[in-house]
Design a protein around this ligand. Structure first.
Ligand SMILES: Nc1ncnc2c1ncn2[C@@H]1O[C@H](COP(=O)(O)OP(=O)(O)OP(=O)(O)O)[C@@H](O)[C@H]1O
Length: 252
C-alpha cells in the first residue's frame, strides 16, 4: 500500500507545482494520474520515489516512510518507468536483467535469470532478447522498459505515460498485462496517462490534478463530463459502448 500525505513541491520559489497532494493506493489497484499538460503529474510521480525531494509531505509504502529508506531499499520497493527511455548499448535481455540490480550482490543468480526470462516471456519479447535496445522502435523499447521495471519485483510500480509510443493493440495488451500483474503480484500501480478510455478500462482509481491540487479522487464515476470540462476545458459525452464507459469528445 502507498499512502501519499500532504505532498508539496516547487522547482523554484516563484512557482509551486504541487500543493498538498494526498491519496492512497491499495495492493492490487491501478491508480490513474490525470490532468492537462504541465499539471504536475510527472513531477508528482518523481516525488514518490524521491528522484525529486518534496518540500513538504510524506510518502509511506507498506508502513515505511520512503524518506527514511536507503536508495537500494527504495529501488527494491518502487520501480519507475519515465517518459524518457534508456537507449544504452544493451541487449534486451541485459536491459531487463538490469531490473534485478537492487538485489544483485556480485553476479546475477539463477533466480535473477529465471525472473528475467519469465518477464520477457510475459511481455511477449522473446524474439527480441538479443537485439540492442538502441535499435528498437519506440514502442518496442517502451515494452522493454516496462519489463525491466517488472523484473525489479517492486511493491509500487510507477509508469509515466506507458502507452504513449504503443500501437492500438499494444496499448490494450500492455495495460491489460499491468492490470493483471497488479492483482496477481499484489502491486500498487500508479499510471500517468492521457488516454481516458484506456484509464477507465484498466484503472481502479482516478486522481485528477488541477491548479497544483487534487481536483478529485475516486472511482470511474469521477471521470465524468463535468470533471473533464473543468480539468481539460473540453466538452464530452460519456457513452456506454460494449459495456465500457467511453469518453466521446464533442468537437470537430
Ligand atoms: N526540471 C524542471 N525545472 C523547472 N520546471 C520544471 C521542471 N520539470 C517540469 N517543470 C515544470 O513543472 C510543471 C509540471 O511539469 P510536469 O512535467 O510534472 O507536468 P505533467 O503534468 O507531467 O505534463 P505532461 O502531461 O505535459 O507530461 C510544468 O510547468 C513544467 O514546465
Amino acid at each position: 500500500m502507498i499512502n501519499v500525505q500532504h505532498l508539496t513541491f516547487s522547482y523554484c520559489k516563484a512557482f509551486q507545482v504541487l500543493k498538498n497532494i494526498e491519496f492512497t493506493a491499495n495492493v492490487g489497484q491501478c491508480v490513474a494520474i490525470l490532468g492537462n499538460n504541465g499539471a504536475g503529474k510527472s513531477t508528482m510521480v518523481k516525488c514518490l520515489n524521491r528522484i525529486l525531494e518534496p518540500q513538504e509531505g510524506a510518502v509511506v509504502v507498506n508502513g515505511r516512510d520512503v524518506s527514511k529508506l536507503k536508495r537500494q531499499t527504495i529501488a527494491q520497493d518502487m520501480a519507475y518507468v519515465s517518459q524518457q527511455n534508456d537507449s544504452s548499448k544493451f541487449t534486451v535481455y541485459d536491459s531487463v536483467l538490469l531490473g534485478r540490480k537492487p538485489y544483485i550482490k556480485m553476479n546475477p543468480t539463477d533466480e535473477d535469470h529465471r525472473i528475467t526470462k519469465d518477464i520477457i516471456d510475459r511481455m511477449g519479447l522473446n524474439s527480441f532478447t538479443l537485439r540492442y535496445i538502441d535499435e528498437l522502435s519506440g514502442g518496442e523499447l517502451q515494452k522493454v522498459m516496462l519489463a525491466r521495471a517488472l523484473a525489479q519485483q517492486p511493491k509500487v510500480l510507477m509508469l509515466d505515460e506507458p502507452t504513449s509510443n504503443l500501437d492500438l493493440k499494444n496499448q490494450y495488451e500492455v495495460m491489460g498485462i499491468v492490470h493483471d500483474i497488479a492483482i496477481e503480484d499484489k502491486l500498487c500501480v500508479i499510471i500517468v496517462i492521457h488516454d481516458l478510455n484506456l484509464a477507465i478500462r484498466y484503472c481502479d482509481r482516478f486522481l485528477f490534478i488541477k491548479n497544483n491540487h487534487v481536483y478529485s479522487l475516486g472511482g470511474a464515476e469521477t471521470v465524468n463530463c463535468e470533471a473533464i470540462r473543468d480539468v481539460y476545458g473540453m466538452d464530452v459525452t460519456i457513452e456506454n459502448i460494449r459495456g465500457y464507459r467511453t469518453v466521446v469528445p464533442l468537437c470537430g
